[in-house]
Design a protein around this ligand. Structure first.
Ligand code: 8Y4
Length: 290
């Protein structure tokens, strides 16, 4: 099974990867389809970030551009105006901050303002993105996406979804290494819902361990997503139970970072998983020495 790297280098921080980490979502878009978009309301965004941190998030993921299926791009200035005032406050909390962006200019500005990680749904494919992060010591999430948010759910097609996602991620790892980025900074992500139908998402989830390419850590983001709606028939604001089920399965499959809205519930679910896992490990050890 998965044997991930012992730690993740992430700007000012260094995470031991001996338990799944919780990435708390802080949505700064005005149009989130989960209804939590905070837009330009800086005070509300900071309060939400504080709540996510106090609920036990290991890191926060700030996103100011909507990437929901069908969404149009946000202007550079708008994205910076939403992000920077929040980032400037969070920097003093000593909380690891990830920035969800694919724009090299936003990466540079956010890193200069103290961001610890860049979470790029484009896996640093924009011209200048590799250079923008290579110049820092930030953590990097390399996510797979087929198409672009505007059109990605129109008709996603794969001959072999796990093979193609794996090949794409392997190519992006190679590009990072060529740019001088150390492996200890990398996190991989199959990109659930980004140019994938339900069958694609389920196959990726079921075969997640195949995506621990070069033993690098994996991020899983399925929180409240459409795939959970398709399975349960529930609207986006009633998908917490479905999200928690997927979180526990992701942990069991070795996921390193779980990206979620509901941090406190996730912490409880992972505490139960972890307690049983520890007992399981102890029992196995006892059997071996017996
Ligand atoms: C409700 C609200 C339901 C939002 C779904 C959503 C991922 C990601 C997103 C992911 C990484 C989302 C920025 C989509 N998903 N970054 N970002 N991995 N690394 N939709 O899976 O949360 S946004």
């Amino acid at each position: 099974m998965s044997n991930t790297m012992p730690f993740l280098a992430c700007g000012r921080f260094r995470f031991s990867l001996n338990r799944p980490l919780i990435m708390g979502i802080v949505n700064l878009t005005p149009d989130s389809f989960s209804g939590d978009g905070l837009g330009r309301d800086t005070a509300a965004a900071i309060a939400h970030a504080r709540a996510q941190w106090e609920a036990g998030a290991d890191m926060l993921d700030l996103g100011a551009e909507s990437t929901r299926p069908g969404s149009e791009p946000t202007s550079l200035q708008e994205e910076l105006d939403r992000l920077l005032p929040v980032l400037e406050v969070l920097r003093d909390w000593e909380v690891p901050v990830s920035i969800d962006t694919y724009k090299p200019e936003v990466m540079r500005a956010a890193l200069a303002a103290g961001a610890d990680m860049i979470n790029d749904i484009n896996a640093l494919r924009a011209p200048g993105a590799l250079e923008a992060v290579a110049a820092s010591n930030c953590g990097i999430c390399l996510m797979h996406m087929q198409g672009e948010p505007r059109n990605m759910q129109q008709n996603p097609v794969y001959a072999d979804v796990v093979g193609e996602v794996g090949a794409f991620i392997a190519e992006r790892i190679h590009a990072c290494r060529q740019a001088g980025i150390a492996d200890e900074r990398l996190v991989l992500d199959p990109g659930f819902g980004f140019g994938k139908n339900l069958d694609h998402n389920l196959e990726l989830f079921a075969r997640l361990p195949e995506l621990f390419i070069d033993h690098l850590p994996l991020l899983v983001g399925v929180c409240r997503k459409r795939m959970l709606g398709e399975i349960t028939g529930r609207p986006v604001d009633e998908r917490q139970a479905a999200t928690l089920a997927s979180t526990v399965i992701a942990a069991e499959k070795g996921a390193t970072i779980i990206r979620v809205h509901d941090v406190a519930m996730t912490k409880d679910a992972l505490a139960v998983w972890s307690a049983i896992k520890q007992t399981e490990t102890q029992t196995k050890k006892a059997e071996q020495t017996a």
